[in-house]
Design a protein around this ligand. Sequence first.
Ligand SMILES: Cc1ncc(COP(=O)(O)O)c(C=O)c1O
Length: 438
Amino acid sequence: MKPNLKLSNAFDDLAPSSTLHINETVNAMWAKGQTVYHMGFGESRFAVHPKLQQSLTQHADKKSYLPARGLPELCTAVAEYYTHKLDCTFNASQVIVAPGSKAIIYGLQMVLDADVFLPTPSWVSYYPQAHLLGKSCRYIPSDPALNYRFDMNAFDTLVQASNNACKLLIINSPNNPTGQMYDADFLQELASYCREHGIWVLSDEIYFQVSHGQLPHVSIAQFYPEGTFVLGGLSKHLSIGGWRLGVGLMPDTDLGKAIMQKLVVLASEVWSGVCAPVQYAAIQAYQRDPKIEKYVADCCALHRIRTQFFYAQLQEIGIRCTLPAGGFYVTANFDSFAEGLTKLGIKCSQALAQHLLQNYGIATLPGKDFGIPAENYSLRLSTSYLDLEMPEDADRLMTLYHNETQASVIMNNKNHPNMHAAIAAFSAFTDTLLDTLK
Ligand SMILES: Cc1ncc(COP(=O)(O)O)c(C=O)c1O
């Protein structure tokens, strides 16, 4: 007799994370020799800073289990770093370290018996995590024509409709997938609203070191310290997502302490701790070492130059998109081509993403994965991989930047052949859509 199988229905309707899935799909297509412009996956491709490599090597002998909340010296370094960077006050007891901020986001959703609210669009994993935990999770609607701006009235309507006294809003600035950032005025208004209604805010600030400079990064923790969880980690600004180290900063209140206690229970029962050599090496990452700060600024400048160029090119060929203020993503909307898309039998954002992959070798993610209604023809396009497919590509680009090469030269066809080819492929696609109308 076969073992009896009963699968948990927590997994109903869930597939592996679409970002990781598209990455595997593209790798398989590349392995077959197919040309694919990989805009499906957001991963900063620059080399690991030599000081961090050295620090990791030096600590390869660290083999013991560490405290579940994280190495005390690391928690202290993280608290000092965030106090300085976010203009807030944090102490080491507020900090938890985990295998990626993803684990802390899940942990917080598990600890709080809360209804969850997500602005549209939102990063791909928040909703599936809420779903795994059986939570009520509601998307706050937004309008592509208004650059998907957060709608406070729509949020209020959802809040009023929720019967759960405990509520959790997850915000993300700079935002994945739109690159938008919240300004101080909006965050102040949001903080007052959340304070008035007793709503917790999980503020995912993992891209705060990758802002493009149009707006200063401001944390809502400045205005609402007692109700905000700040999330971050090493993955984006230091290009070391594979090291799997994320950090969370809880409010410095009795409630914050109670939540931290539960998170530590979860950490101790599920992951025990982040790999010890990585935690020791990460202390270096939080020292505000001038050389590492310069590296972060250089990587950020290149993400900005590449992403802003890509945005401008899409605009030029008539594809509407949100102007990114940070990160390495653009959300593009094809609703103005709806008639042509319908004629090709493309009825939703997944079909659009499929069509572009199969016919133009353009890998993207459908807006639906970010909570944008499927009938909106929206796609998330990541700029982080194009022309940085191999480690030597990233080194070459960094050298160009260090030689003070102008942005227009950095972005020319010779230095960015794949980005130019991807734009040409988009242009061929929109031409076809217009042709169908003739
Ligand atoms: C908005 C956002 N939050 C959190 C994460 C998770 O990052 P990590 O688990 O590597 O800390 C990601 C990764 O792509 C992200 O884009």
